[in-house]
Design a protein around this ligand. Structure first.
Ligand code: EPU
Length: 417
């Protein structure tokens, strides 16, 4: 399967945004913290969502997914060991570790496999769980085995505000004995959404100056929760509006979650309008170059770094984009260069010399967001682009071609050799 894009059309219109993938994944993992039903709404039809559902089913849950709602019920007794296949497919499967440990006193999880966005270790997750009282050992086959008769509240300072490690520790601490302080924690909207869900389950979590205080409770109960809108999907469509010099509105979003993107697009000369629950970007002429660094929220999100680089490859002058979160997340740049972009990457920074136009090419999407960057470049390029690696795009973007077609793009999915 490939995406075929006939580039060079202005996109205009309004696009509906799904619920946040990166909020749904921890929400499903959190359902393991109780035997009562957990119901999650606004769940997008994505491959990563199907993977986490398969993981929690394998661990014993009964899961129904229809019309954007996942209903998770008690099925069989919980098992401590998700299979390697799932953890290799999707790193977020690792998030079941904390809940399993809290419920069963044991979790066996294969180390997450290699990943195209550079080294992504899980040492902070393990350090934090150790601080909560878990014994951690690694088996010869790369499986991590954690055991703890009872997790005990602690004070733990994350070396870096990792999203996944913060989520892992919030879930484990919710059922620990006593109070836990997590310092230097991630404050991404998806983490706060998990906190909302956990509070709905009876967890006692307060935010502090640079993290969270969690008062452990003996048990959690079921809940019903609607996840936040997907700011990364929304941001991708806004950049699509800017790169094609059109006008795109993302509806039913939380504009404050898109503030750093709106600021960068504004600095580059795009017109950005914000209402209570929508953001509009209008492209117009050639954009100005900008200097951007990715950073934990509320900084510019690393997940929008690749789409932004596509956009800046067409600005007038030299831009710099430094990724401080994933300094090696530039593997897709060679594909943009094959489309005529002028980009040099060194030391976690891309130096982009804007060109007047890109041309279509045969491309491969290496990961979700890099795939989105190539689609955006294809939409703006002269001629036809053919993008393979749709498995990656389908992990994070629901109905990508449908949504882009409705905005005026010429894009289709085809089985071509
Ligand atoms: N890190 C460590 N050790 C750890 C954990 C993280 O060194 O134990 C480092 C990472 O290598 C990286 C930095 O800390 O350099 C940040 O990683 P983080 O743990 O915050 O990322 P994550 O939890 O693995 C989530 C999102 C990613 C997003 C990052 C950063 C989910 C399921 N994934 O990953 O989303 O890029 O936060 O915001 O929430 C995507 O949606 O395409 C995606 C990759």
């Amino acid at each position: 399967m490939h995406l075929l894009i006939a580039g060079g059309r202005e996109l205009s219109g309004t696009v509906a945004v799904e619920g946040a993938k990166n909020a749904v994944l921890p929400a499903c993992a959190a359902s393991l913290l109780t035997d009562e039903p957990v119901i999650v709404h606004r769940v997008p039809p994505l491959r990563d969502v199907r993977t986490i559902i398969a993981v929690i089913r394998e661990l014993g849950k009964e899961v129904e997914y229809s019309d954007g709602t996942v209903t998770i019920r008690h099925g069989r007794p919980l098992q401590p060991n998700p299979s390697r296949e799932y953890v290799e497919q999707m790193r977020a499967s690792f998030l079941v570790l904390g809940p399993l440990l809290a419920r069963l006193g044991r979790a066996e999880v294969p180390l997450p496999g290699g990943c195209t966005i550079g080294p992504r270790p899980v040492d902070y997750h393990l350090q934090g769980l150790r601080a909560l009282g878990a014994a951690v050992r690694e088996e010869g086959d790369g499986t991590i085995v954690l055991t703890a008769e009872k997790l005990r509240g602690t004070r733990f300072r994350l070396p870096y505000p990792s999203v996944g490690a913060t989520e892992q520790l919030l879930m484990a601490a919710a059922l620990a004995d006593g109070d836990t302080t997590i310092e230097n924690a991630s404050r991404e909207p998806e983490v706060l959404d998990l906190v909302e869900l956990l509070r709905g389950m009876g967890a006692r979590i307060e935010t502090s100056a640079d993290g969270f205080n969690v008062e452990g409770v003996p048990a959690l109960h079921g809940t019903e929760h609607t996840v936040i809108p997907d700011r990364l999907e929304a941001g991708t469509y806004l950049i699509a509006g800017a790169i094609t010099r059109g006008r795109v509105t993302v509806a039913d979003v939380r504009p404050e979650h898109l503030a750093s993107l709106a600021q960068v697009l504004g600095e580059a000369g795009a017109r950005v309008e914000t209402s209570a629950d929508a953001v509009t970007v209008e492209g117009g002429g050639r954009l100005r170059p900008v200097a951007v660094r990715t950073a934990p929220y509320p900084g510019f999100p690393t997940d929008l770094q690749p789409p932004l680089v596509s956009l800046l490859s067409l600005a007038e002058g030299e831009s710099t984009v430094q990724d401080t979160v994933f300094p090696t997340r530039f593997g897709y740049v060679d594909e943009l260069i094959r489309m005529g972009a002028r980009i040099a990457v060194a030391g976690g920074t891309a130096r982009i010399t804007g060109v007047k136009g890109l041309h279509g090419a045969d491309l491969v999407a290496p990961d979700i967001r890099a795939g989105a960057a190539l689609v955006l470049a294809g939409l703006a390029a002269r001629g036809e682009s053919r993008i393979a690696g749709l498995d990656q795009l389908d992990r994070g973007y629901a109905d990508l071609e449908g949504k882009l077609t409705r905005l005026g793009a010429k894009i289709e999915r085809r089985d071509v050799q």
